[in-house]
Design a protein around this ligand. Structure first.
Ligand SMILES: [Zn+2]
Length: 100
Protein backbone atom coordinates (compact mmCIF):
# COMPACT_ATOMS: atom_id res chain seq x y z
CA UNK A 1 0.00 0.00 0.00
CA UNK A 2 2.73 2.48 0.92
CA UNK A 3 4.77 1.11 -1.92
CA UNK A 4 2.30 2.53 -4.38
CA UNK A 5 3.47 5.99 -3.31
CA UNK A 6 7.15 5.24 -3.80
CA UNK A 7 8.49 6.45 -7.12
CA UNK A 8 11.81 7.52 -8.55
CA UNK A 9 11.32 10.80 -6.71
CA UNK A 10 9.52 9.75 -3.56
CA UNK A 11 10.71 7.44 -0.82
CA UNK A 12 9.39 6.53 2.59
CA UNK A 13 11.34 5.36 5.61
CA UNK A 14 11.35 5.47 9.36
CA UNK A 15 7.94 3.82 9.53
CA UNK A 16 6.85 3.13 13.08
CA UNK A 17 3.56 1.94 14.48
CA UNK A 18 2.35 1.63 18.02
CA UNK A 19 -0.95 0.89 19.62
CA UNK A 20 -2.51 2.37 22.70
CA UNK A 21 -5.70 0.63 23.69
CA UNK A 22 -7.67 0.31 20.49
CA UNK A 23 -6.00 3.29 18.89
CA UNK A 24 -3.21 2.82 16.41
CA UNK A 25 -0.57 5.39 15.67
CA UNK A 26 1.56 5.38 12.56
CA UNK A 27 4.57 7.60 11.97
CA UNK A 28 6.75 7.81 8.89
CA UNK A 29 9.19 9.98 7.04
CA UNK A 30 8.41 10.91 3.46
CA UNK A 31 11.36 11.95 1.33
CA UNK A 32 10.74 14.12 -1.71
CA UNK A 33 12.93 16.30 -3.95
CA UNK A 34 13.84 19.51 -2.16
CA UNK A 35 12.69 21.53 -5.15
CA UNK A 36 9.09 20.48 -4.68
CA UNK A 37 6.73 23.15 -3.48
CA UNK A 38 5.26 22.89 -0.02
CA UNK A 39 1.88 22.43 -1.65
CA UNK A 40 3.03 19.47 -3.70
CA UNK A 41 4.67 17.80 -0.74
CA UNK A 42 1.67 18.40 1.43
CA UNK A 43 -0.69 17.00 -1.17
CA UNK A 44 1.42 13.86 -1.27
CA UNK A 45 1.53 13.32 2.49
CA UNK A 46 -2.21 13.96 2.74
CA UNK A 47 -2.72 11.25 0.15
CA UNK A 48 -0.41 8.88 2.02
CA UNK A 49 -2.10 9.59 5.34
CA UNK A 50 -5.50 8.83 3.86
CA UNK A 51 -4.21 5.60 2.36
CA UNK A 52 -2.69 4.50 5.66
CA UNK A 53 -5.85 5.33 7.57
CA UNK A 54 -7.91 3.37 5.08
CA UNK A 55 -5.63 0.35 5.15
CA UNK A 56 -4.84 0.09 8.84
CA UNK A 57 -7.72 1.94 10.46
CA UNK A 58 -5.09 4.06 12.12
CA UNK A 59 -6.37 6.63 14.51
CA UNK A 60 -3.43 8.94 13.94
CA UNK A 61 -0.98 9.20 11.11
CA UNK A 62 2.01 11.48 11.49
CA UNK A 63 4.26 12.21 8.55
CA UNK A 64 7.57 14.00 8.52
CA UNK A 65 8.37 15.52 5.15
CA UNK A 66 12.07 15.59 4.32
CA UNK A 67 14.11 16.75 1.32
CA UNK A 68 15.74 13.67 -0.06
CA UNK A 69 18.95 15.56 -0.81
CA UNK A 70 19.52 16.34 2.88
CA UNK A 71 21.90 13.87 4.48
CA UNK A 72 20.22 14.51 7.81
CA UNK A 73 17.18 12.74 6.37
CA UNK A 74 19.11 9.50 6.29
CA UNK A 75 20.11 9.15 9.91
CA UNK A 76 17.38 6.58 10.40
CA UNK A 77 17.61 4.97 7.01
CA UNK A 78 17.98 1.49 8.47
CA UNK A 79 14.33 1.65 9.44
CA UNK A 80 13.45 1.29 5.77
CA UNK A 81 9.81 0.74 4.95
CA UNK A 82 8.38 -2.26 6.77
CA UNK A 83 4.75 -1.78 7.54
CA UNK A 84 3.53 -5.20 6.49
CA UNK A 85 3.45 -6.70 9.96
CA UNK A 86 1.12 -3.99 11.21
CA UNK A 87 -1.87 -5.27 9.32
CA UNK A 88 -2.05 -8.87 10.46
CA UNK A 89 -2.79 -8.61 14.15
CA UNK A 90 0.78 -8.35 15.33
CA UNK A 91 1.98 -5.24 16.95
CA UNK A 92 4.06 -4.54 13.92
CA UNK A 93 6.51 -2.31 15.70
CA UNK A 94 9.52 -1.43 13.62
CA UNK A 95 12.67 -1.22 15.69
CA UNK A 96 13.87 2.34 15.72
CA UNK A 97 16.20 4.21 18.00
CA UNK A 98 15.46 7.82 17.18
CA UNK A 99 13.02 10.12 15.55
CA UNK A 100 15.43 11.22 12.81
ZN1 LIG B 1 14.01 10.43 8.05
Amino acid sequence: MLRTHITEEVNIHGVRTRESGHRRYVEMHVLVPGAWTVTRGHDLVESIEQAVKAEFEASEVTTHLEPREDPRAYGDYETEIELGAAGNGGHGTVPSQDEG
